[in-house]
Structure formats: C-alpha cells, structure tokens
Design a protein around this ligand. Structure first.
Ligand SMILES: Nc1ncnc2c1ncn2[C@@H]1O[C@H](COP(=O)(O)OP(=O)(O)OP(=O)(O)O)[C@@H](O)[C@H]1O
Length: 229
C-alpha cells in the first residue's frame, strides 16, 4: 500500500537530510507506529505519502501509484484515498458534529441522500451516537478527536495517517481513541500513526518503525516504543 524505495528528502534550507535512504513497505490493512525523537523525519514521511513534499531521491509508491509519475491534477484524487488526523483536531468551529463529518463528503460532491445515510453510521463507529448536534466547543478533547477521525474515515480511505493523534489528550481518553483507530484498521484500512506516546505503543503491540535522524533504525512486527534490550 505504501512503498518507499531508497527515499531521501533534503529540504532546501537544510543541509542534513530529513529522511536518508529510507526503504520500507507497509501492506494493506497493516497498523504501523512511526516513532523517533523530534525532528527524526516522521512528519516528512507522512508528507511524502500525501505528495505534499517530493523526495530529493528515490521513489514513493502509494496505493500502487508511483507518485513521481502522478500528475498534479491527480493529486486531489490520491488524497481522497488517504484520511488524515492531526494532534490539534482541526474541526470547523461553526459546524456541529454531523456537519463537520458531512463537509468532507460535500466537498467531493457526494449526494445529500448518501451523506444523510453514511454520516450517522460513522458517527456511531467512533462512539459519538447522540452527539451529532453538538458544536466542537461543547465536546471534550477526546470527543473532538473522534469527530476528526470520523471526518477522516467517512470517505472510506484506503489509508489513514495520524500525526500525534493522542498528543493533546489525557492517557485514559487516549485508550478510547486507539480503540477507534483499531476498529478502523480492522475494516481493512491501513493505519500509519506517528507518535511519542510510549504507553499507547507498548499497549497495542503493533509494528513499530523507528526513525533517527532520518534513518530507519528499527522495524519490529510486534514492537514497543523503546528498544527492548
Ligand atoms: N518545511 C521544512 N523546511 C525545512 N526543514 C524542515 C521542514 N520540515 C521539516 N524540516 C526539518 O526536517 C527534519 C525532520 O522534521 P520532521 O518534521 O519530519 O520530524 P518529526 O519526526 O515529525 O518531528 P516531531 O516529532 O517534532 O514532529 C527536522 O530537522 C526539521 O527541522
């Protein structure tokens, strides 16, 4: 689903590469944690998958497509297949839960009938049934992140990228967020989550890819946050 072949990324203003010769594959329906210190290249990896950045060297394939050969007008189509969740939720403050999730479908021209059917299903999937008419400022941080996940997933993307999704949420609430991501993963969606949350990584025992100064230093199938000695 995601294939990096010897990918190096050097930003114009930097001398040191943000990613340095990264080769890896993430299969369909895998759940992967991307860990590593601040500045190790996690967000750069995610931005390359979205074609928000281009590699300086090497090839990136996503969902069978070589991104170097994907014309610019096809990039929005690629991004529709990839849901994104961020640390800071990024909800529309003047729209309620239903409207925030529905908006993701409206902008890609889905019919109103379809939206009325699928939005409640996804709102329920993330555990927010009964809260469709709440505004974001009437929700807890964990609930706001559930809305953001519903919005990212409502178009049934093949890949869900999550950049520090539990970064602004307390540990107990984070467990609920991870259950939602696990549920989404079990529908066959590939999940890649960049995180500093050691407790969460240790509790899930999923694949862990660790970056250090842009290099993959560890890739474990049922890993933990820190290196096991
Ligand atoms: N747009 C940019 N322009 C120049 N340098 C950048 C840019 N984005 C990231 N970098 C640099 O690339 C390196 C990797 O950054 P990146 O954001 O990918 O790391 P990260 O692992 O996601 O860090 P964090 O955990 O703090 O989010 C860092 O040295 C950073 O300063």
């Amino acid at each position: 689903m995601i294939h990096f072949d010897n990918v190096t990324k050097v930003y114009a203003t930097q001398k040191r590469p943000a990613l340095d010769g990264v080769s890896l594959d993430v299969d369909k329906a895998e759940f992967v944690f991307l860990v590593g210190p601040s500045g190790s290249g996690k967000s750069t990896f995610l931005r390359l998958v979205l074609k928000e950045e281009k590699p300086s060297q090497g090839r990136v394939h996503v969902a069978g497509k070589d991104l170097a050969r994907l014309s610019n007008w096809k990039v929005p189509h690629l991004r529709r297949r990839i849901g994104c969740v961020f640390q800071d939720f990024r909800l529309l403050p003047n729209k309620n839960v239903f409207e925030n999730v529905a908006f993701a479908l409206e902008v890609i021209g889905k019919p109103r009938r379809f939206i009325r059917k699928v939005v409640p299903e996804v709102v329920e999937l993330v555990g927010l049934e009964g809260k469709s008419t709440r505004m974001p400022d009437e929700l807890s941080g964990g609930e706001q992140q559930r809305v953001a996940i519903a919005r990212a997933f409502v178009n049934r993307p093949q890949i869900l990228l999550a950049d520090e999704p539990t970064g602004n949420i307390d540990p107990a609430t984070s467990i609920g967020i991870m259950k939602v991501l696990d549920r989404i993963n079990r529908t066959g969606t590939t999940v890649v989550m960049a995180t500093h949350d050691a407790a969460i990584v240790d509790s899930m025992r999923k694949r862990v890819i660790e970056l250090e100064e842009g290099v993959v230093v560890r890739d474990q199938t049922r890993g933990i946050y820190g290196q096991a000695y």
